[in-house]
Design a protein around this ligand. Structure first.
Ligand SMILES: [Zn+2]
Length: 372
């Protein structure tokens, strides 16, 4: 196999990602408390395309997509539904996987659930305490994160605002620095709680992903995927915790931060009330058209969903598949398609070549992108 030879290496953000043996890819998964909307789906479809392109180029990929089933919003949703958090999460997870399967997202190799990895978070916290990267206050363990915003290229004001938005508490007087975050915190009455040396409590969100990623793949990853809104604080702290524990840098060699999905001028989010659910769209359109629509705009860009987008995607997909049924083809066109996809997952160029050439080239693109 000529993996890593020129033209056979995936580039992300312009930088080649050569690997020997299986690539380790961690996809920051969902908090299973609600139905799958296009914002989730776009991230997981693009992560799936990254893995498929690496496999097409002759590489092996191991994909881990976690389930964040220990989380405040999940607890609140389970409470409202009158269910224990774990059975509520399991039911939501079933719907989520049904939706991703419909969208052609390949089954992942590892699917750790946060509640099964509490012991690893305790071990992470103990290791960081031992090396002076964390401290105990009132039953909580805080990670010393003073340098994390700077490394993420953020000024203090922006970092504070983002930490507060994502549920960390920069104003908490129990912290030595506003940019310290919880590895562990005591549970409030009624919340799930696990024993630890510090309190009956629960892991911090960033620590959960760090622990699950390292449990699955060891100290470092080749590619870490997730929505761009997770870049800071979630991924920045996850990486900082892992690097502080192991001394291995970078924690992830490359990041696939998939752009936000917007609708009516705002980020698609439950709190905004502008969700478009995958399960609704597949009622009257083929799921492959939904997948195609999610790939229409390059992964790093924002994408605004408009009501006509799915009809247009269905028509474009029809054209691709029609071209695949006829036309000519050439080895050069097939190489051009592979080259485009390896170059930052340039789906747009690959589709243009496929439509022009038709035949085998179009069938190849449809197969790699799982659109057929
Ligand atoms: Zn994560």
């Amino acid at each position: 196999m000529d993996l890593n030879s020129p033209g056979r290496t995936l580039r992300i953000g312009g930088r080649p990602l050569p690997v020997v043996g299986p690539a380790r890819m961690y996809v920051c998964g969902i908090t299973p408390y609600d139905a799958t909307h296009l914002g989730h789906a776009r991230t997981f479809v693009w992560a799936d395309v990254a893995a498929r392109v690496m496999r097409h180029a002759g590489g092996e990929v191991r994909v881990c997509r976690n389930v964040t089933d220990v989380d405040d919003v999940l607890d609140q949703a389970a409470h409202r539904a009158g269910s224990p958090y774990d059975s509520f999460a399991a039911v939501q997870q079933f719907y989520f996987e049904r939706d991703l399967e419909a969208l052609g997202v390949h089954a992942v190799d590892h699917q750790p659930r946060a509640h099964n990895h509490v012991g690893e978070v305790v071990a992470l916290a103990q290791g960081l305490l031992a090396s002076g990267h964390a401290y105990v206050r009132g039953g909580a363990v805080h990670f010393r994160g003073g340098g994390v915003p700077r490394r993420a290229g953020l000024d203090a004001g922006r970092a504070r605002a983002l930490l507060a938005e994502y549920g960390d508490a920069p104003e908490d007087p129990g912290r030595e620095d506003p940019f310290d975050v919880a590895l562990w915190r005591p549970s409030r009455p009624g919340e799930p709680a696990w024993p630890s040396p510090w309190s009956a409590g629960r892991p911090g969100w960033h620590a959960e992903c760090a622990a699950m990623a390292m449990t699955t793949f060891g100290p470092a990853l080749d590619l870490h995927a997730g929505g761009v809104d997770l870049r800071f604080p979630h991924h920045a702290y996850e990486a900082a915790m892992a690097e502080a524990l192991t001394g291995v840098r970078p924690f992830s060699r490359a990041w696939l931060h998939v752009g936000t999905v917007r609708r009516d001028g705002a980020k698609m989010a439950k709190s905004t009330g502008n969700l478009v659910l995958v399960s609704d769209l597949v009622q009257d359109h083929p799921a492959s058209a939904v997948r195609f629509m999610l790939l229409a705009e390059p992964w790093a860009r924002e994408w605004e969903y408009t009501p006509g987008a799915l009809d247009r995607a269905a028509a474009d997909l029809d054209r691709l598949l029609t071209a695949a049924g006829g036309g000519r083809s050439s080895p050069a066109a097939e190489a051009a398609v592979t080259g485009a996809l390896l170059d930052d997952l340039d789906v747009r160029t690959a589709l243009e070549v496929a439509e022009q050439e038709g035949g085998r080239t179009a069938r190849l693109v449809a197969r790699i992108l799982a659109l057929g």
